[in-house]
Write a protein that binds this ligand. Structure first.
Ligand SMILES: [Zn+2]
Length: 165
């Protein structure tokens, strides 16, 4: 059950972008797990995408700034590492935004677990530009550790694939 104030706080926090994926907010990334207010102090619960992710300092900074700008000078960010963040917490809408941004969104981890190791290796990331499946992996690591670098053989463009975890 969310109070009116919580809804308002969530709205404020939805303007905080994920430092690694600026097109998505921390809410859309699924890392914003909750918000509560106790004695005028806002407590924001975040589950980082990867433990020890350097982006978390940036997020904590941005959260306290946006809250202060909206009349909540006292806030703290609490990290919750369990249950671990999974790309499944991203909504379909968020995945579409990723695609529009040029990053192939992660498939559902359940799709991965159901397939054999052989199928996993054969798993193909569709090109976010032209949707072609005629793509190939270039490197397990793209611009950041959470992304792999792929190339589309159809439109010849390289693209990032957000790895499902
Ligand atoms: Zn393409």
């Amino acid at each position: 059950m969310q109070s009116q104030e919580q809804v308002k706080l969530l709205e404020i926090l939805s303007s905080v972008a994920d430092p690694e994926i600026p097109v998505l907010s921390i809410d859309e990334m699924g890392i914003l797990r909750g918000v509560a207010i106790e004695h005028g102090r806002v407590k924001v619960t975040i589950t980082p995408t990867y433990s020890g992710c350097p982006a978390i300092d940036q997020i904590a900074q941005d959260v306290s700034t946006v809250l202060a700008d909206n009349g909540y000078p006292e806030s703290e960010v609490l990290l919750v590492l369990s249950p671990a963040w999974t790309t499944d917490w991203m909504s379909d809408e968020s995945k579409q935004k990723l695609r529009d941004y040029g990053i192939a969104p992660p498939c559902r981890t359940t799709d991965l677990s159901q397939s054999s190791e052989e199928q996993r290796l054969l798993f193909t990331a569709p090109c976010p530009q032209c949707r072609s499946l005629n793509t190939q992996i270039i490197s397990q690591f793209g611009s950041t550790a959470c992304k792999a670098l792929w190339k589309c053989n159809q439109c010849k463009e390289p693209f990032d694939y957000f790895k499902p975890i």
